[in-house]
Write a protein of this length. Sequence first.
Lengths: 883, 131
Amino acid sequence: MKWWQIRKRDADLERELQSDLELEEEEQRANGLSAEEARHAARRAFGNTTLIREHIHESWGWAPVERLLQDVRYAMRQLWRSPGFSIVAMMTLALGIGATTAIFTLVYDVMLRPLPFARPDRLVTIEEKVAEWSNLYPTLPVSANHFTFWQQHNRTFDSMAVMQQYSVPLGASGRALQVEALSATPGIFSVLQVQPELGRGFTADEAQRGHEHVAILTYDLWREQFGGDPGILGKTISLNGFPYSVIGVMPQSFHMPSIQTMDTFGTTNRPLPIGILVPLTFSKERLAEEMGDLNYFGLARLKAGISVAAANAELNALQHTIAANLPADEKATLSAEITPFQEKLVGNNRKALMILLAAVVGLLLVGCVNVTNLLLSRAVGQKRQMAVAAALGASRAELVRMATRETAALAVLGGGLGVLLAAVIVPSMQRYLPPALNFRGPLHLDWAGVGCALLLAVLATLAAGAAPAFMVSRTAPQEVLHSDSRLTSESLGSRRARRVLVATEAGVSVALVLMTGLLIASLVKLMAVDRGFTTERTITATVVLPSESYHDDQHRAAFYREVLERIGELPGVEHAAFTSVLPLTGDGWGDFARVAGDSRPVTQLPLESFRSISPQYFSAIGLRLTVGEMFGESDWGKNLALVSEKTAKSLWPGKDPLGQQFSRGNPATEKPFIVVGVVSDARTVSLAKPDPMLIYVPYWYRVEPMAGLVVRTHQNPSEMADVIRQTIWSVDRGVPVPTVRALGGMVADSVANQRFEMDLLLLFAASALFLAGLGVYGVLTYSLAQRYREMGLRLALGAQRANVYWLVLRDGLLPVAMGAIAGIAVAFGSARMVSSLLFEVSPYDPVLSAGAVGMLLAVGTIACLLPARRAAAVEPMQALRTE
Amino acid sequence: MSTIAPFESRISSMAKQTQKCAAVLQGTLDMLILRTLLYGPAHGHQIGKHIQRTTNDFLQMQHGSLYPALHRLERQGWVISKWDTAPDRNREFKYYRLTEKGRKQLVVEESQWKQMAEAVARVMWPATEES
């Protein structure tokens, strides 16, 4: 029988019993009994018809389902009867479960979801380590020379590849589109174990100079830009101004994370997805460079059964061989570091995510504690009901079932709402994914998340329902039934349990509040730190010059010069300048300055960050010159340089840096630079730390195809965006201008992640505080209702209203204070984990810790005042008379 | 805790008794119902009355076991039920009818009962067996 037929069957059964009962009645009447006697006799003969029906129901085999439905109906009725309690409890659970599920989904997506490649656990990244430079660069990208050596001699790797990612203009001049290109050696296809869906991968021949003008499109780019043209193979596209022949299209499932090497580090906060693959080739000179050109991202696939440690050991041995054969002037200590690909991509986001997860779990815990408290109060109220059930023979298991069905219904409703909430929140968290991991397409709530929510709902039921169920199952009916209902008061055990619960809430809340306070203080300090440059009325733009039409420095320099002239003539423009690296977008190009007379090997030389800039750069971003002066257009062609204070101090300690000379590389062949000025130290690489040694050279010395434009105006910079684009395009319509942004916006973007963490924590902490307050209020209100007569008695015996106030406050705040101390202890205990996320704030900051405790106590006091006022307002006569 | 004990023990001992009774009755009750239906379709009341009358009121029919037994038999497919008007009254009753499967089951139960009765008889009255 199907269970939906039960109702029909039951009606049928009732009719059957009824008709037979009537028949019995008739027969009894025929025996000479009166109508009433006959009815009674028939009923006696039949016995308990309800029991008969129940027995028959059992025989239908759906009794457990029926019992469950009955429980559900009962629970819903109970909840419906006290809507205030139900809504508060349900919303608390929904909020906790929803928020936890959303954060878990984010964590899962970033840290646990396997990368979309075959056997992703075998994929590792390779980095080089040079002991001499480790203070500045703990690890470095791979050099082509070393990579070739590894490729020939390793035994532990299935395959390996090196690659670089950069932006290139795609399409004919006039309507060029900016795309991200991945330039990789042919090994990439076997490393990732993926082949183009259409066409083929790169051949070894195409990895040679002169044959590299072939391209493979990703599925999305093929659909969007080429309309999914099935005859795309063999067609020619214009990339960087050069003709490239399309030889393949990747499958739709292929998504490649953005990779970062020194050049691209931090160039954009949100890079575009990779759209095109081209072969990476090396010139003979590149391949011969034994200690330079550390520029490539190394990716490899380990052979089956080979551990990361074993592969690392082999690679270190190979590095040792390379180091032993280095020429004397390039002596260096080499090693390598292998990291699982996913771990590398997650990078330092791990800690922040873990803290968010811990915080949201804390919030859920506080929510559960609150619901437990509410349920406990109700359980006490239902004591008599339970006692009657127990006296009538309900087993302990049945009592527990009765006590938990409400909790279970709450958890199901709360969990369901929580899932809905998470489904709404999750997509909006996409923009907070670390850029490297934001390549898999839209973030949405999936089965992992829903599974997490269900698990949480079950755990919440167990956690919140356990205490009331335990209390109920220990109900001794005669005690409850005999005792005078007016005198029943909460048992000592239950009161202690409530205090522990309130203390837990207080502890978790205070830890959350302290954590949030620390992060807010960090962010405030970070934003207020002396950056050394100004952002007011300053707008930036990036340009990418196609390498075909701008194949040498002269052409590029001419373009920049022309653009600067035209922008300088615009009304409202104060200063305009080009720079190879915009503030807060990375390190730029690292190189060694050899001071005249220094003959140490290259590896012993100090490493500096170089930038090529145009004359008005410092005035445009408000960076101060401390000594000397800036070069001008009239110095065109001269090798002049400005250095930062730090550089000046380390290269020429105790000397006047002005007029000093240094060279890059070989002083015999290179014209030396003359220092004409010193620039104050600033924070242009990252707000969190002072810049490394910086050297500024003129843009005519080295002109890069990608540059940033900085324009300081008299006007609101946002109004300038279009004018600046048009001015650049008036020089050449074919130059893409991918971004135009206010400098202030870039500063804000550089702390976007911290801000996101802070916002979420603030939300969690505020919710936890609110819930803790609600918890204190609930517990006090309940316990005072129980002690109504006691209060009346105290007042009758001469207690002052103030004494009652004090009594209630002490009762309410004691557990809060204990919890706060425990919370601070927990927070201090995990300080080491937190400190790396902080900026110039100690995790033990006394003011913030005291503030967190103070805030909690304030919330606690507010929560106590209302019940306290009610207690003090008790009329003694009335309280004592109430029976 | 102490005062709940009498309740508990009384209830559990009652439960044990009824369970024992039902277990003994169950097998034979099914057989008796099937046998009664061999005469033709009948409703619950008729079946109960018939068994009671045939045994000279020795077997008091419990409605509490009769109806569950009928529904159990129906679930097994040994009887089928149908609402029908009684010939002598202007009212509908739920009539149970023996199915082919039920007839076979009756034969099986009957032989099992016979074996059982003979076995019990051999133990109880060994002399009669010798003679």
